[in-house]
Ligand binder design. Structure first.
Ligand SMILES: [Zn+2]
Length: 169
């Protein structure tokens, strides 16, 4: 989001030099810069001890393709905390180990997607209402039902990191 007016006091913003960042919208009354803002999301490849990956079907996103756990970050939490929370909310299972995988800018939604790989023991899911169905799928079959690969598809970026990790074992 780009700011023309100050979200705090409503004044028209001016363009002011902000060090190395160049000209940035600035409120003279509040003496505050308003950098462009965007929403940060986490996306999580959840895997278990059998090299299976949790694939979710969310009809509001697609009735054809599967997705990984994903959600918006909340104010005050770390990206790792957000990833663990989303897995618990959507699948009802506890993450035992989490590691950062990759990040992708999603132009259409203007979102920064932070990708993680999370290990959880194989348990039955207890799905949130946002999730229509979910299943553990053998890792090699995962590409068959993901949204097609593209530079903006964070799921694929994480999946490739997961394959690397498997091959390094
Ligand atoms: Zn202001």
């Amino acid at each position: 989001m780009k700011y023309d007016y100050c979200p705090t006091c409503g004044s028209k913003l001016i363009q002011k030099q902000a060090g190395d960042d160049g000209k940035v919208p600035y409120c003279e009354s509040c003496e505050k810069y308003w950098f462009d803002s965007f929403t940060t999301c986490v996306i999580v490849l959840v895997y278990n001890e059998f090299n299976e990956i949790a694939l979710l079907k969310q009809l509001y996103l697609s009735n054809k393709y599967n997705v990984f756990v994903a959600g918006y970050m909340q104010v005050g939490e770390s990206a790792e905390d957000a990833a663990i929370r989303e897995v618990k909310e959507e699948l009802g299972i506890d993450v035992e180990k989490i590691e950062y995988a990759d990040s992708v800018w999603f132009e259409k939604g203007q979102n920064l997607m932070l990708g993680f790989m999370a290990f959880a023991k194989k348990h039955d899911f207890k799905l949130s209402k946002e999730v229509d169905s979910a299943s553990w799928v053998k890792y090699s079959e995962v590409p068959n039902t993901l949204f097609p690969d593209s530079p903006e598809n964070a799921a694929w970026a994480i999946y490739r990191k997961y394959l690397k990790k498997l091959n390094n074992k």
